[in-house]
Write a protein that binds this ligand. Structure first.
Ligand code: ADP
Ligand code: MG
Length: 449
């Protein structure tokens, strides 16, 4: 299959060639001809399979006919995050080098002067996050009545971020006669309902199960105690021992952990940057760029911040926690092993994370190998607070900020259940810090007063 067979315009084909793509990916090969025929398309394919080009390339071809009118964008692309929106813009700039088309971007955290000017003059393509778009619409800055093509991209992430009501509103504001293109990595029931509601007689294109993980990724689980400093020590060990580590992404479930872990790794001399939802746009972009340019080799990120980001060539993924949604695991480790390359993914698993871990194995329909000893599940986990251990052979650790914690950490070592070959020795420098600094006090203690 070649790009020439998909019905794309000459200008687009020339840009594709210039970008170095030689062959369409499966989702591109299957979706593009239908988009070119003005059909509604429902495209389901894993992260990293080239969904962006499967709607941008035909859109550009279709836009060659006609022109934009003031304040009335001709096409609208909805993205869940600023980074993804900016990334789609980058893609469009690359593919539209032979066109004279105007692309406007409406995302939070940036100045709008320039974008409004473009919209006023007439934008062919508007890329927006839902909230920002509705905001501008309410202020009378844009009219949606000229939208010929609507793209809802990364729909499952929209769902995770609570954007579905906004999407529904927007869908009702654009003309009924529009063409709708809908892309998602997974298809939970809420997304299916949304697709049924807003797509007309769509062609469904599905590439590989969203629950499948690439065969090129070697996956490991590693048992850890639940204390944060133990997890951090284990993570450092994994990083140090990782073979052929070029660069890696470390995923945390909570953004607070992203910040803490980044500080800790930085203190230990690792070349790392952090990416989470609370950071301003400038520092997020800077971190991402530093990572892409290999100026930092580890990126600590939360799921929301990292979803869909186009980071080519990651050699390792480290899961600092078992993700709460099993599907997030598929997305996380999908950052490595792309395009047939080899990748390695580690997941730190604590005794309390049995449910999440088993959900992942069920979803990917595969047993994950343990590096060292398998975790000993805490049967009473989930029935009580984190930190209260159920096993009588494990004395409960004091949660006070008292400095005696360092000694307890020392005592804890012989009881470690992780494989000796993995962690022959633990550096306790974090332990002292862990209980000395505010940042590491368990949340329930901070909230207690
Ligand atoms: P998705 O949205 O499915 O997660 P993207 O559209 O962001 O994936 O594409 C993932 C990566 O694949 C990007 O780096 C992109 O440049 C690259 N890519 C897309 N299409 C092709 C192709 N036909 N040949 C080679 N690389 C491609
Ligand atoms: Mg995408």
């Amino acid at each position: 299959m070649s790009f020439d067979d998909l019905g794309l315009s000459k200008k687009v084909l020339a840009a594709v060639e210039a970008s170095g793509y030689t062959e369409p990916t499966p989702i591109q090969a299957q979706a593009i001809p239908h988009v070119m025929q003005h059909r509604d398309v429902l495209g389901i394919a894993q992260t990293g399979t080239g969904k962006t080009a499967s709607f941008t390339l035909p859109m550009l071809s279709l836009l060659e006919k006609g022109r934009a009118r003031a304040r009335m964008p001709r096409t609208l692309i909805l993205e869940p995050t600023r980074e993804l929106a900016a990334q789609v813009e980058e893609n469009l700039n690359k593919y539209s080098q032979n066109h004279k088309l105007t692309v406007a971007l409406l995302i939070g955290g940036t100045s709008f002067e320039e974008q409004f000017k473009k919209l006023d003059r007439g934008a062919d393509i508007l890329i927006a996050t839902p909230g920002r778009l509705l905001d501008c619409f309410d202020r009378g800055k844009i009219l949606m009545t000229g939208v010929e093509v609507l793209v809802i991209d990364e729909a499952d992430r929209m769902l995770d971020m609570g954007f579905i009501p906004d999407i529904e509103k927007i869908c009702k504001m654009v003309p009924f006669t529009r063409q709708t293109l809908f892309f998602s990595a997974t298809m939970p029931p809420e997304i299916e309902r949304l697709a049924n509601q807003f797509l007309q007689n769509p062609v469904q294109v599905t590439v590989a199960r969203a629950s499948s993980t690439s065969e090129t990724i070697t996956q490991y689980a590693v048992a850890s105690e639940i204390e944060d400093w133990e997890k951090r020590a284990l993570l450092r060990k994994l990083i140090d021992d990782a073979e052929e580590l070029k660069n890696g992404i470390v995923f945390c479930n909570r953004k607070r952990d992203v910040a803490n872990l980044w500080k800790s790794l930085d203190r230990h001399g690792y070349s790392a940057g952090a990416l989470h939802g609370d950071m301003d746009q400038t520092s997020r972009t800077a971190t991402l760029k530093a990572f892409k340019d290999n100026k930092i080799s580890l990126l600590i990120a939360s799921d929301v911040a990292a979803r869909g980001l186009d980071i080519p060539d990651v050699s390792h993924v480290f899961n600092f926690d078992v993700p709460v949604n099993a599907e997030d695991y598929v997305h996380r480790i999908g950052r490595t092993g792309r395009a047939g390359r080899k990748g390695t993914a580690y997941m730190v698993v604590t005794p309390e994370e049995q449910k999440g871990f088993e959900a992942i194995e069920k979803l990917i329909d595969k047993e994950i190998d343990w590096l060292g000893d398998k975790v000993e599940w805490d049967e009473r986990a989930g029935k009580k607070r984190r930190g209260k251990k159920g096993k009588s052979d494990r004395p409960e650790k004091s949660r006070s900020k008292a400095p005696k914690q360092a000694n307890e950490a020392e005592e804890a070592r012989p009881r470690n259940r992780r494989g000796k070959d993995i962690i022959p020795e633990i550096d306790h420098s974090d332990a002292t810090h862990a209980f000395g600094g505010e940042e590491h006090v368990p949340a329930f203690l901070l909230n207690a007063g």
